[in-house]
Design a protein around this ligand. Structure first.
Ligand code: ZN
Ligand code: ZN
Length: 409
C-alpha cells in the first residue's frame, strides 16, 4: 500500500479517532508486526503536539509460545508493574490507542483454560483502567492494520502479499480513508448516525424484539432512561473522539434481567485467538440458560462462566444489513470490523454512559437500574438480511424498527 494512503489513515486515527490534545500523552499498544504504521502514528501525534508517545509492544507468537510452554501457575499472575503502567498514564489523562491485528486462529492448539485464566488475571488487575475507558474518562481508540497471518485467513486463496494488500484496501475503505476528504466524510457519517440515535432516544422504547429465519426470537427490554449512542464519543472533559474505527453501529444497554428468548449467531466469533462458530444462546430473565456451538463450545463455556455478569448481556447494537462494511461481503474474523457489519449483542459489562445520570450512581444502583457488570465484554453478531425488529414505545405504541435487515424508521 502506498505510503501516502497510509499517512492519510494514520492522520485520521490521530485527529478524528484520538483527537489528540496539545501536551497529551499517547499510549500505543501495538503488535511488533505493525511497527511501520506505529511509527507513522507516533510521528503525526508529535506533529499534533503530543507530549510523549509511549509504546506498549507485544508479539502474538511469543504469547503463544508462553501459553504452550510456561509453567502452569504463571497464568494466574499479572504483575503489579503492568497495572501501574496503565494506571499512571490513565491518571495523567493519556489517550490509549490499540492496534488490533491478530491471527484469528493463533491459539487453537492452546489449552483454553490457560487463556481464560490469564485473561481473568489481567482483567481483575486492570479493572479500574478498563472502567476508566468504558466510561470515557480517558480517550481510547481501536484501529487495525493487516498482518500476513490475519490477511491469509481472510483471503485464503491468494498469496500472503496480495492478501495483505487486499486487506489494506478493505480496511481503508471501511474507515473512509480512501475518499478524497476523509475528515469531511466522517463529519457527515457522524451526523447521519446522530440522527438515528436522536430518533430512537425520543421513543424511549420499553423493549425491542428481534426475529429472523435462522432461529433468532429474542425480546430485549431496555432500562428506563437508556441512551442510544453512535458515531462519536465524548470524553469526560468534553473532547470528541471515535472509540472504534470503523464504526457503523448505534448501541445501548439491555436491561440486565429483561432478556428472553433465543439468539442465533450469524458470523463466527474470534475470541482470544480461537474461532467459535454456529452458536446460539437462550435467555430467561436476562440470564443465559442454554448455549450451543458447532465449534468452540468449550471456549464459549469458559467465557460465560467468567463471573456472574458474564451470564448476562451488556450491549445491544443495531447495524443495517445494507451498510458499507456489510456490503463488502468480507468476513474479517476481527470483531472491530465484523461487529460493524451486523446487529450484535455483547456478553458481560455494559457501558454505563448509556444511562442518564449514571455518573453519580454507585455500582449497586447501576445494577438495580439494569446496567450489567462483568470482567468481560464480548460482542457477537446475529444480524441477517431478513432480520425484523419491533419495538414498543414509552406510550405503548408498536413500531417497526428494522424490516428485511434494514432500518424502517
Ligand atoms: Zn458494539
Ligand atoms: Zn461492544
Amino acid at each position: 500500500m502506498k505510503n501516502q494512503a497510509l499517512k492519510k489513515y494514520a492522520r485520521l486515527i490521530v485527529k478524528i479517532g484520538i483527537n489528540i490534545r496539545p501536551n497529551q500523552t499517547l499510549v500505543i499498544s501495538s503488535p511488533v508486526d505493525c511497527v511501520d504504521f506505529a511509527r507513522m502514528i507516533a510521528e503525526i501525534a508529535y506533529e499534533e503536539g503530543a507530549r510523549e508517545v509511549v509504546m506498549n509492544w507485544h508479539d502474538e507468537i511469543i504469547s503463544k509460545t508462553r501459553f504452550l510452554h510456561a509453567p502452569d501457575e504463571i497464568f494466574d499472575e499479572f504483575p503489579q508493574w503492568k497495572r501501574d503502567f496503565y494506571m499512571s498514564y490513565a491518571r495523567q489523562g493519556a489517550a490509549f490507542l490499540t492496534i488490533s491485528a491478530s491471527d484469528p486462529e493463533l491459539m487453537k492448539d492452546v489449552d483454553p483454560k490457560r487463556i481464560a485464566r490469564a485473561r481473568n488475571a489481567s482483567r481483575k488487575k486492570l479493572r479500574e483502567y478498563s472502567e476508566r475507558l468504558m466510561s470515557n474518562r480517558n480517550i481510547w481508540c481501536v484501529a487495525s492494520v493487516p498482518t500476513p497471518a490475519w490477511a491469509k485467513k481472510v483471503f485464503p486463496d491468494i498469496p500472503a502479499e496480495q492478501a495483505v494488500e487486499k486487506l489494506w484496501k478493505a480496511i481503508l475503505k471501511s474507515v473512509r480513508a480512501d475518499l478524497p476528504d476523509p475528515v469531511e466524510a466522517w463529519n457527515l457519517h457522524k451526523a447521519a448516525l446522530k440522527e438515528r440515535v436522536d430518533k430512537l432516544n425520543k421513543m424511549q422504547l420499553q423493549w425491542i424484539h428481534f426475529r429472523n429465519k435462522i432461529g433468532t426470537d429474542l425480546r430485549v427490554e431496555l432500562p428506563v432512561n437508556h441512551i442510544w449512542m453512535g458515531g462519536s464519543d465524548e470524553s469526560a472533559d468534553g473532547i470528541d473522539f471515535i472509540a472504534n474505527m470503523p464504526t457503523e453501529e448505534i448501541f445501548t444497554s439491555p436491561s440486565r434481567k429483561g432478556v428472553n428468548g433465543t439468539v442465533v449467531s450469524s458470523m463466527p466469533l474470534n475470541y482470544n485467538g480461537n474461532l467459535i462458530e454456529d452458536f446460539a444462546f437462550t435467555f430467561r430473565d436476562g440470564e443465559i440458560i442454554d448455549i450451543r456451538a458447532g465449534k468452540g463450545y468449550d471456549i464459549l463455556k469458559h467465557l460465560i462462566d467468567t463471573d456472574e455478569g458474564s451470564r448476562y448481556l451488556g450491549e445491544v447494537a443495531l447495524v443495517p444489513y445494507d451498510s458499507p462494511i456489510s456490503n463488502m461481503g468480507i468476513l474479517f474474523y476481527n470483531t472491530l470490523f465484523d461487529e460493524n457489519a451486523s446487529c450484535h449483542l455483547a456478553i458481560g459489562k455494559a457501558y454505563s454512559i448509556t444511562l442518564q445520570g449514571s455518573e453519580s450512581m454507585t455500582k449497586e444502583e447501576l445494577i438495580d437500574a439494569g446496567i450489567n457488570d462483568s470482567l468481560v465484554h464480548v460482542d457477537f453478531m446475529f444480524g441477517t438480511a431478513d432480520l425484523e425488529i419491533q419495538g414498543l414505545t414509552k406510550d405503548g405504541q408498536k413500531v417497526t424498527i428494522f424490516r428485511n435487515g434494514n432500518f424502517a424508521l
